[in-house]
Design a binder for this molecule. Structure first.
Ligand SMILES: *Cc1c(COP(=O)(O)O)cnc(C)c1O
Length: 342
């Protein structure tokens, strides 16, 4: 009988990775929020992150965060809110990241209606060109936010390495610090939080002499996959053996193929996963003698010429990159199997 495709999640290793990242950060006075979106907001993974010492859970999707609310930890919404999720944000979320005054005013209105105070971090675009207001508009925006009684601006935040590939540097961070100082001095507003970025900020922390300006980071990839961002290589302190994708062989045949105009025979296998579940380029075979030929929506084709021992139903194992993990964890066709304890 064939086994179904599955993702094996080692919760012990997720927790250990979290402990390593939290330890590194706390030695520099930084708190870590565990970002669950790469794992589709998975409850067990989130529990492992909490056991590893994160101060709260962060995700881009309200669907995930509403599920995570059952864990009774502080929740952060990472993606700039949609206007029609304002009500749920005030109900479930402790802190949201924002860059639009219109949205912040709506949050204020809803918070007022429910007699609550909602915390926000104002995102500043330091060059990555994804979310955030430009530095020159920060002061004026903060002046407007200050008028809102049911919104508490707790800090400034920024994001790196997500779109234009701009990386966190000491220079970029002191630009953010200058803005915080200006707000503290000119607007008499104490901003306790400097939310300095994501996994891509961690390598800097390993430099002994580096004194960070940020006191908060939002970390997903290095905890979940143990990888350094943006190099994609193993981060020195973490394990990359956290998630393993396993898929069975459903066809195994010699195929005639053309290589350099010459007809050759190649031993190929088809696995029961496809582009609905994975991004083929984001998979890494554990067995280096096998290689990926390509994929369609429901099939993954691999070259197994160097493995004459494989038979129908045998399983092939992969590690994943972040984008592929995200797709696996949101595919309803892939079974989740947990091992270890979070
Ligand atoms: C996804 C995301 C993160 C986490 O990024 P990683 O590279 O997974 O550490 C942090 N902040 C924001 C705003 C995000 O969207």
């Amino acid at each position: 009988m064939l086994n179904s495709p599955r993702i094996e999640i080692n919760l012990t290793k997720v927790r250990n990775n979290t402990e390593k990242v939290v330890g590194l950060a706390s030695s520099k006075g930084i708190e870590i929020w565990g970002v669950t979106k790469g794992a589709g907001g998975d409850l067990e993974v989130a529990r492992a992150m909490l056991a590893g010492g994160v101060v709260g859970l962060a995700d881009a999707r309200m669907v995930n965060l509403k599920r995570l609310a059952s864990l009774n930890s502080p929740l952060m919404l990472l993606r700039i809110p949609m206007l029609d999720e304002i009500r749920e944000i005030i109900k479930y979320i402790d802190v949201s990241l924002n860059s639009e005054l219109e949205v912040i005013r709506s949050l204020n209105q809803e918070a007022k209606r429910l007699d609550k105070v909602h915390k926000i971090i104002l995102m500043v675009d330091l060059g990555d060109r994804r979310e955030g207001i430009l530095p020159k508009n920060v002061i004026d925006t903060v002046k407007e936010i200050k008028k809102l009684n049911n919104i508490r601006l707790i800090g400034l935040g920024t994001n790196f390495a997500c779109f234009a590939g701009v990386l966190p540097t000491a220079g970029k961070m002191s630009q953010l610090m200058n803005l915080v100082d200006k707000i503290r001095d000119n607007l008499k507003l104490d901003l306790p939080i400097i939310s300095g970025g994501n996994s891509s900020s961690l390598p800097l922390l390993k430099e002994e002499k580096y004194t960070p300006i940020a006191n908060q980071l939002r970390v997903g990839e290095t905890i979940l996959l143990g990888l350094e961002v943006p190099t994609g290589t193993k981060f020195s302190l973490t394990s990359i053996e956290t998630f393993k994708l396993v898929a069975p062989i459903i066809e195994l045949k010699d195929k005639n193929i053309l290589i350099d105009g010459q007809e050759r025979i190649q031993r190929r296998a088809i696995l029961a996963i496809g582009k609905q579940d994975i991004i083929p380029e984001g998979l890494k075979l554990l067995d280096k003698s096998i290689s990926i030929v390509g994929a369609s929506s429901d099939h993954l084709i691999v070259d197994i010429s160097l493995r004459d021992d494989l038979k129908l139903g045998d399983e092939i194992e992969f590690r994943l990159d972040y984008a592929s993990l995200l797709r696996v964890m949101t595919s309803s066709y892939i079974k989740k199997v947990y091992c270890g304890r979070g």
